[in-house]
Write a protein that binds this ligand. Structure first.
Ligand SMILES: Nc1nc(=O)c2c([nH]1)NC[C@@H]1CN(c3ccc(C(=O)N[C@@H](CCC(=O)O)C(=O)O)cc3)CN21
Ligand SMILES: O=c1ccn([C@H]2C[C@H](O)[C@@H](COP(=O)(O)O)O2)c(=O)[nH]1
Length: 283
């Protein structure tokens, strides 16, 4: 929690204003932030200075791991975060590649599970990683990347947390996640949970012990209409102790994740938090 608040304070103190053409809003911005999550010791990085809707963050991650490409699929598993980008973003609504209501196009999980090759076949990046890690193999290229510039025109948004690299060292599994653009009040609250849970879940289904997750962010920003709430409300609050996090031990394989797992297979114990803050969302 401290590293999150330190980043928020750093943006408030040292950030520079940048015009953002896509959203028409200005962002107070810093470059380069490095966060670390201790999954081995179950230090769950949940925001306590406001209420976090952490279940939606895990549902979003599940949708990515399953290769979802439609906001209705995300809604069905308890996540509303893609409704606006799928249905309210004018550039995407005008795009002939959009297949109708709720379509997100070839974003995130689609690239992770079905990257198109020039031959017309698809590559399932995640399946290969799970197979290797399950056999204790780290080929120094256990990389899940959603970042496919050749298909940006076929999706509603370029991926933000775009690459996850897994490593094995001393029998433990590590994760390094890269994020090009980060909405610190809204997105990061979710992205921290997702890095932590991705490592915890992958360790559980591959039979490895989890180590640390390293989260590397390039452009970290606060939108102009979020600044007052961050500076004068959230940053004035005292954080509570971190809660602990649990995954249903019955989740044993990647097939489990693909078929029956729901957000009810994840729980948080001892979550004390301040009241919710409704930050504006930029489409
Ligand atoms: N401007 C912007 N910021 C983002 O963080 C973001 C995007 N766009 N577009 C793609 C995804 C969607 N994400 C989102 C979208 C909405 C919330 C949100 O509204 N969160 C609320 C409540 C969530 C709920 O009730 O489930 C929050 O208070 O955290 C969070 C992340 C993250 N990403
Ligand atoms: O997981 C996510 C997804 C998105 N965001 C934020 C970061 C930016 O504020 C917007 C995306 O806008 P771009 O113009 O494509 O950079 O969404 C996030 O923080 N986390």
């Amino acid at each position: 929690m401290k590293q999150y608040l330190d980043l928020c304070q750093r943006i408030v103190d040292e950030g520079e204003w940048v015009e953002n053409e896509r959203t028409g809003k200005r962002c107070l911005t810093v470059i380069d932030a490095n966060l670390e999550y201790d999954v081995e010791n179950n230090q769950f990085p949940l925001i306590t200075t406001r209420k976090s809707f952490w279940k939606a963050a895990i549902a979003e991650l599940l949708g990515y791991l399953r290769g979802y490409d439609n906001a209705a699929q995300f809604r069905e598993i308890g996540c509303n975060t893609w409704n606006a980008n799928a249905n309210e973003n004018q550039a995407w609504l005008n795009n002939p590649a959009r297949k109708g209501e709720d379509d997100m196009g070839r974003v995130y999980g689609v690239q992770g599970r079905a990257w198109m090759t020039p031959e017309g076949t698809t590559v399932d990046q995640l399946r290969k990683i799970v197979d290797n890690l399950s056999q204790g193999i780290d080929d120094r290229g256990e990389i899940l990347t959603f970042y496919n510039p050749g298909e940006f025109h076929l999706g509603c948004l370029r991926p933000c947390m775009h690459t996850h690299t897994f490593s094995i060292l001393g029998g433990k599994l590590y994760l390094t996640s890269y994020q090009r653009s980060c909405d610190v009040p809204l997105g990061l609250n979710f992205n921290q949970v997702q890095c932590f849970v991705l490592l915890a879940l992958m360790a559980q289904i591959t039979g490895l012990k989890p180590g640390k997750a390293y989260h590397k962010i390039v452009n970290a920003h606060i939108y102009e209409d979020q600044l007052e709430l961050m500076r004068d409300v959230q940053l004035k609050r005292e954080p509570f102790e971190s809660p602990s996090f649990h995954i249903n031990p019955e989740i044993k394989s990647f097939e489990d994740v693909e078929t029956w797992v729901t957000i009810d297979d994840f729980s948080v114990e001892g979550y004390e938090h301040h009241p919710a803050i409704a930050y504006p969302f930029a489409v």
